[in-house]
Design a protein around this ligand. Sequence first.
Ligand SMILES: Cc1cc2nc3c(=O)[nH]c(=O)nc-3n(C[C@H](O)[C@H](O)[C@H](O)COP(=O)(O)O)c2cc1C
Length: 207
Amino acid sequence: MKKTILFAAAALLLAASCCHKNATTTADAVMANILSRKSVRSYTADSVPAAVIDNLLRAAMAAPSGMDIRPWSFVVLTDKSQYDSVFEGNFNMRMFKESAAVIVLCADTTVTRPPRDNPEGAAVTMPNPIWRDDMGAATENLLLAAEAHGLGACWTACYPFADRMDPIRRALQLPANVVPYSVVPVGVPAGDNQPKDKWDPSRIRRL
Ligand SMILES: Cc1cc2nc3c(=O)[nH]c(=O)nc-3n(C[C@H](O)[C@H](O)[C@H](O)COP(=O)(O)O)c2cc1C
């Protein structure tokens, strides 16, 4: 009996140490990925497999969302001949034309809260004043996933600039309630791209 208890305790200790080790390894990997992320604006001619693009979109859709509304939808462009008409605004077109794919992150600003907690119930209709926050979180998740895949990407602002949004709205035939929020070119990085060290303890106030 004593032996069994000792064995169980040893197994528990081993499991606990394994979990801790895994947690540390995961934390290290996640931190390394966050700190490695950088805006990449130059790409090789290499393509990016569709399955990898799907992973980036999976990461974007895993973002937190106020009231869990998830206002996002995504347009993926890989045909460079379309880029001129879609991005004729103020974008850095060279960056876009080099990238293997360009992802337009769109937000439905009128979407209401679906009855997820109560599938029998009606959708909760209320304005969503925080759709921009959801879109920022989705954009950052996508960038981090690109970094994790060894890809280069760059957040380019779209909303609220009319000269950037209007051509996209027209070319992609977006309905009036759908806003093109950000545009992210994705590709295999070219050149030397280094992350910036932004750590600044003077920005922290500890109480
Ligand atoms: C809201 C937002 C809008 C941005 N818009 C542009 C843009 O239009 N064009 C561009 O080249 N980079 C854009 N960037 C990228 C920033 O210039 C970049 O994040 C910043 O210089 C810090 O560099 P890092 O991303 O390498 O850390 C944008 C970033 C954010 C968060």
